[in-house]
Write a protein that binds this ligand. Sequence first.
Ligand SMILES: *Cc1c(COP(=O)(O)O)cnc(C)c1O
Length: 496
Amino acid sequence: MTTTYHSTRGASPAVPSKQAILEGIAADGGLYVSDQLGEAKLDLATVCSQDYHANARLVLGTLLPDYTPDEIAQSVSAAYGPRFDTPLVTPVTRVGSDWLLELFHGPTSAFKDVALQMLPQLMARAQRSRAAGERVMIVTATSGDTGKAALDGFADVAGTGVTVFYPAGKVSDIQRLQMVTQRGGNVAVCGIRGNFDDAQTEVKRIFADEALRTRLAGRSVVLSSANSINVGRLAPQVTYYFDAYAQLVRAGALAQGDEVDFCVPTGNFGDVLAGYYAKRMGLPVGRLIVASNSNNVLTDFITTGTYDRERDFVKTISPSMDILVSSNLERLLYYLSDGDCDYVAHLMVRLAERGSYTVSDEVIARLQETFSCGFATDAQTREAIRYTWEGSHVLIDPHTAVAKHVLDDRHHSGRQHVCLATASPFKFSSDVLAALGEPTDGLGDFQCMDRLAALTGLTPPAQLSGLRDLPELHQDVCDRDQMGAFVEAACARVFS
Ligand SMILES: *Cc1c(COP(=O)(O)O)cnc(C)c1O
């Protein structure tokens, strides 16, 4: 089976999953989807009886059928080895009467690692099937965590470069340091004057720039994306929904077949969409709860059916979710409209031209069958951090706290609840310390990290505490309209 993926907007040719991963986004601006999703259900007894690596092989083998079993197996062992600090990769732990799915045990202490340690493996094996000598430049916009995870995943990978744009002044100090201290001869990092949506929109434009594509082809360079629009990032995230379920069954918290609810702190809609994929592939999911911060476009959309990005962008203490255009929603719209590409393309044109769209009653009804929603203000987020520490002795980061608030505030079902924990609390030390009621005035991020460690008796991950000793290597900041030129210059330097 080869040509399985095609664009949500229907105007690009169908391609095998390897090519979809190399391209990142389809040439017509759409996202790659497969109509085979859900045709094969995974066997739950098998899932529950095996470890993370085996579940990753099963999920990836199903979603990316043109990779050989050997290619998948090699990718899984390379991605999920000692760079994760636990062999469970994504352990499930208790929080009160609910569960936390801890997704931050990788090298950059955020959940993006689960996908971005895997994506370079998948890309390298896809490239081998293509023209010899072709080089790939990964271009990525980040709201804070993707950037570092992409840099870490792709640094010094042969035949590959990586360029990251982050919104200057709109990421945490630790997030910025993680990126600007990145070593590697093939990396480029640049702040942009604007917010994440500006960066993401411009990156999409760069991918669609025919003239640039032709110039780069002259140097045997193709561009690709490590953003969650890439199906090679989405597919690895499906694994941990299945694996979390397996852990809960083994812990005796679930009988095989019981439904479970997942509450997901959401920005670009990649993480929660992976939960929807898992459900389509046979995981007994009750509800998927989309938790937003004050940039609550998705809360409004799921409640009313109108997606309206024309509102003020709010800078919050959960910066990786400060997003008004959730790209992966396009994939969900495709599936909920039974694969109606013209309909999806029409909605996306509306969004680009008018800043909003409204879906049909049928689509919204289908959406609400599976998805619930809610949001947390910064005050509610801080409150959730405080009471979770005081009540359950579990320290959570602001993104996880958004989900915790939404879960506790408005979601009650007879099912087990799993909250996705997306970052180490030490990545956001000053906000977490302040949420615990401690003074932070005049303290730098590392002093806050030390205080937080002393207060809680927990040890910050070495890759975060060690940042204070590293030199800052990347100083560039540019305007949105200079990003294309920055990419071209990075290609010239990296592939000289
Ligand atoms: C990226 C990110 C999110 C949001 O995930 P999406 O897939 O963009 O919805 C939530 N929390 C953290 C810590 C993140 O880095």
